[in-house]
Write a new protein. Structure first.
Length: 56
């Protein structure tokens, strides 16, 4: 059994057009995170952005 080979440029084009399964999963995950972020901001009424943000 042989796997299909795709050159990087073609795969990248399909990825950014949203035609690969991985790109669709990425977009779903990002949309879900944005929704959750919007909900937490409403719940906290903007208290989260008063303190210094720490990035690990």
């Amino acid at each position: 059994m042989r796997t299909a080979t795709v050159d990087r440029r073609a795969y990248s084009r399909r990825f950014w057009e949203g035609k690969t399964r991985f790109s669709q999963a990425v977009r779903r995950t990002l949309a879900e995170l944005e929704r959750q972020k919007g909900q937490t901001k409403k719940d906290e009424d903007g208290m989260a952005d008063t303190g210094p943000s720490k990035k690990s």
